[in-house]
Design a protein around this ligand. Sequence first.
Ligand code: NAD
Length: 347
Amino acid sequence: MKHPSPYNTLQSYLENSNFRKVMVVCDERILQLHEEFVRIHFADNQHTQFFFFPIPVTESHKEMSMVMQLLDQLLIHHFDKNHLIINLGGGIISDLGGFAAAVYKRGIPFINVPTTLLGMVDAAHGGKNGVNFHHLKNGLGSIYFPQQVFIEPLFLYTLSDQEWLNGFAELLKTALIGDAELWYKLELWVLGESLSQLRSRISAQVIKQVANIKNGLVQQDPQDRGVRQQLNFGHTIGHALESLHLEKETELPHGFAVAAGIYYETELATRKGILAINQKKRVQRVIQRLYDIPQLDQSEQSRLIHFISQDKKNKNGEIHMSLISEIGKGIHGVPVSIAEIESLFRE
Ligand SMILES: NC(=O)c1ccc[n+]([C@@H]2O[C@H](COP(=O)([O-])OP(=O)(O)OC[C@H]3O[C@@H](n4cnc5c(N)ncnc54)[C@H](O)[C@@H]3O)[C@@H](O)[C@H]2O)c1
């Protein structure tokens, strides 16, 4: 795993590292929206030749045939371990480009330059990568770490409110499991300000603070067998809600599902006597201010329970969840019964 970056900017990294060939795997929208950034950073010079692999970003393109096309390009242009992949885009790009980097010639170096808030606080860090496989989300993948992750907040200006909120749910989650002081600051902003004011508060410094919480957990448990699982807070119910929507062929962005997951899992933590009621109320107030909490009818509830029982984090048929014991303190491996989850939706 890498130590903290000695480079302040992508430009200084590229100048100092002197890779002769760089493949920029990029969201094709970013090439249009941030043409100047691309021109400044990725122009051929005497040391480095840049190649581009633009991808139309949708979940349906995050799959093996796209990885194969990228691997073909790496081979055609004679890339090897001395060359670099740069992933320029959100989580779809870093998942796909990171996976190609991991498998090509048993691993070549790559860096992530996330362009979404979700990428900056979550997807670009932690080394998990992969693509969808048949109907399995992230069904193929590996754990392979980027050399560096560069946070360039200028990308956030072109992000829609919907995409921004998608990432903000993960940011709230990470503060909830790891930094009470940050969470109380976020609470003040969410409850007291408009969305555009809130967006302007989320500076590079806040983003790095959140990324550091994730990276701290990853460093302690790179293979996701223990404390790293705290990052799954909100995700057991969140993932099940996403599967429910996939089945109904309706859309529920990941972050919105996680926000609803945080709402319900906070309720669960209180009912289990783990989290104080007043803390639960504060968390739920913040979530409800920004996100709709889906109400489920009887048949949706039973499908949700079905998906929760299929969760890959379950052990020997038992559901194990990551919850919070107080604001700023995540816990993992909490056994939960089906009856406890069912009761959440009944009352
Ligand atoms: N590996 C991990 O640890 C991890 C963690 C969380 C999510 N993910 C994965 O990340 C993916 C979702 O990624 P995401 O939400 O970051 O975004 P994304 O890559 O799906 O992009 C979402 C949309 O935003 C657009 N976009 C990206 N940057 C933009 C910008 N600066 N301005 C305007 N539009 C922009 C894209 O073109 C796309 O339309 C999912 O596939 C998920 O599985 C991975």
